[in-house]
Design a protein around this ligand. Structure first.
Ligand SMILES: *Cc1c(COP(=O)(O)O)cnc(C)c1O
Length: 380
């Protein structure tokens, strides 16, 4: 029997990537600049279909770092961040010597709760804290409640940064995730919906911001014939080789989204008559998720004791990778002293949730193996 590993989300090449990489070799653009970098930025800009400007960088984490830097986040400031997320959403706050303040999720989108956000902002300001930015995440590709969040952000006049690392291709009211905030970040890490092996992008609101981003990403060189520096710089630009992979991946992206969404439908069908399991889906038609990862919530009271570990271990037994949802940041040892606002929504998601194999490259045979495990566990 075929027992090869089924991954949660693995790289999926479309076919054109190698050509762009070959061009880079032919023209000797083996550098963190070149035609692929410019072309990839243009592809992303066109895909996002907005008046934003895109800077291609070495990772999503680097992109968030440069977003916060440009918003003036510095030593002793505070930045509000969704607790239920990957640590890369919060780490750049610490790089800048600032302190994260974590906020709970709401149940519809699993993303930052606008009401808890408002409470957090009111309380931090009452305490005399300097809150410099709000980081909202579109987790697993699901857009957060942008209208409500933007209205709280503007009420307090604090800039919004969208962590759209998992949400390239997702839209809210037909507008691309990543284009709502002052800055938006994208990631092209190996497990994301498209990959450049490693890479990211910062979506900027003006040409000037984009130029500043590239300036900081290339060691902050002043305009002089010699090397002169008035500010601290970083080495964060994307390689022209990686950008070549990205250009090929952009051609494949619409198909990847279709296939990821098909995986979500596959799980909805499987679990439709299984009591106590809910597949994560859009709350209404304002939200369009790329369904980067499909996830379920398991209520073990209703399943007769089957919980996320029962399913995860049964899958593991068949060489199928599943993973618990993100462990909230306010429960992480490294952030144990950070303030937290909200209740137990994020914590419950972590306890009851499981991510299932979601790649755009999964085959009918893979789906059959996954479905067989689920049927065995639930004796369906
Ligand atoms: C992947 C990811 C990042 C970081 O992106 P990298 O390119 O891996 O640095 C940030 N936030 C979220 C939510 C992510 O999933």
């Amino acid at each position: 029997m075929n027992n090869s590993k089924i991954w949660l989300s693995s790289p999926h090449m479309g076919g054109k990537e190698q050509e762009f990489v070959n061009d880079a070799f032919q023209e000797n653009w083996i550098a963190p600049l070149g035609p692929n970098v410019n072309g990839f930025e243009q592809d992303l800009k066109e895909y996002l279909n907005s008046d934003k400007h895109v800077a291609a960088l070495s990772s999503g984490t680097a992109s968030l770092h440069l977003a916060l830097l440009q918003l003036g986040v510095t030593n002793g400031d505070e930045v509000i961040c969704q607790s239920f997320t990957f640590s890369a959403s919060a780490n750049p706050i610490s790089y800048l010597g600032a302190n994260p303040v974590f906020v709970d999720s709401e149940e519809d989108t699993w993303n930052i709760c606008p009401m808890a956000l408002e409470k957090a902002l009111a309380d931090r300001l009452a305490k005399g804290k300097k809150v410099k930015a709000i980081i909202a995440v579109h987790l697993y590709g699901m857009p957060c409640k942008l209208d409500e969040i933007q209205s709280v952000a503007s009420k307090f006049n604090i800039p919004l940064v969208e962590d759209a690392a998992e949400a390239l291709g997702s839209t809210y009211k037909n507008k691309a995730c990543g284009t709502f905030g002052e800055f938006g970040i994208l990631s092209f890490n190996g497990n994301k919906i498209i990959t450049t092996s490693g890479g990211g992008a910062l979506v900027c609101s003006s040409e000037k911001e984009k130029n500043r981003t590239v300036f900081f990403a290339t060691q902050a060189r002043d305009d002089a014939p010699h090397y002169q520096h008035s500010e601290i710089g970083y080495n964060y630009r994307l390689s022209n080789i990686s950008a070549g992979i990205g250009r090929g991946q952009m051609i494949a992206l619409p198909e990847h989204i279709k296939l990821r969404r098909k995986m979500n439908t596959f799980y909805q069908n499987i679990f439709s008559d299984i009591n106590g399991v809910e597949v994560f889906k859009e709350p209404n038609s304002d939200f369009y998720s790329n369904h980067w990862l499909s996830a379920i919530l398991i209520d073990k009271e209703k399943t007769g004791g089957i919980d996320r570990e029962t399913i995860r271990l049964a899958m593991q037994e068949e060489n199928i990778e599943c993973r618990p949802l993100w462990k909230p940041m306010h429960l992480q040892p490294v952030f144990k002293n950070a303030p937290y606002y909200g209740s137990d929504v994020a914590e419950k998601l972590f306890e009851e949730g499981l991510c299932l194999p979601s790649g755009s490259n999964l085959t009918d045979t893979d789906r059959e193996r996954i479905s067989n495990v689920i049927k065995t566990v639930f004796k369906a």
